[in-house]
Design a protein around this ligand. Structure first.
Ligand code: 5GP
Length: 191
């Protein structure tokens, strides 16, 4: 078994190659505010909180627990095709919703909106299914690279600069999703 010292040396949470952008406490405080806002706006409405896997899994799990209403949850998984590191807007549904959304009020929960191409396509797909309303919650909004300027984010956690971020569900090649904070990788060659 690894000693405490060995564990500290290999700690992902204190990885010196990561610069903290938002601490776990800052995120929790902001998510609680979003929960209060949503709770006030969806009283007596049949709300389903749709998480887009995998990136929004942590935000989705925290957000649902600060919404003080009788809601349901569902998930989708999509793969957005990239040209280098940028979205092309081609979206394939890898996992569809488990239940119909007809006549329900939907909030799509995303980790981050960058160009906006993935979500625009996803909202088009969901828009044809007869929901009573569809709104969008994104933990992070990176407006600078936005191509789909008309995309409206109804509930935004934080607006961030055009930097590649990880943690709190967001990955770099599958890693870092488990970080309790959101950070920037200082040297990607060492990531
Ligand atoms: P968009 O179609 O808006 O350009 O891309 C959105 C998706 O790209 C997000 O759901 C996320 O998977 C990925 N993405 C965009 N920016 C970042 C970032 O800074 N960090 C990480 N980890 N993923 C990002």
């Amino acid at each position: 078994m690894a000693s405490v010292t060995q564990q500290m040396e290999h700690s992902e949470f204190t990885n010196p190659n990561l610069e903290v952008l938002f601490s776990a406490d800052q995120i929790a405080a902001r998510v609680a505010e979003l929960g209060t806002e949503i709770s006030a706006q969806y009283v007596d409405k049949d709300l389903v909180l749709v998480g887009v896997l995998k990136g929004s899994s942590v935000f989705h799990a925290d957000l649902m627990r600060v919404i003080d209403l009788p809601i349901t949850i569902d998930f989708m998984a999509v793969s957005s095709y990239k040209d280098g590191t940028k979205s092309t807007g081609d979206v394939e549904i890898l996992k569809d919703l488990s239940n119909p959304i007809r006549d329900k009020h939907v909030i799509v929960v995303e980790d981050i909106v960058d160009t906006g191409l993935t979500l625009t396509r996803l909202l088009e797909i969901l828009g044809s299914r007869g929901a009573a309303s569809i709104r969008l919650a994104s933990l992070l909004d990176k407006p600078e690279p936005r191509i789909k300027k008309e995309l409206k984010i109804d509930y935004t956690g934080f607006v961030i600069p055009n930097k590649f971020v990880v943690g709190y569900g967001l990955d770099a090649a599958g890693r870092y999703r488990n970080l309790p904070f959101i950070g920037v990788v200082k040297d990607p060659s060492k990531a």
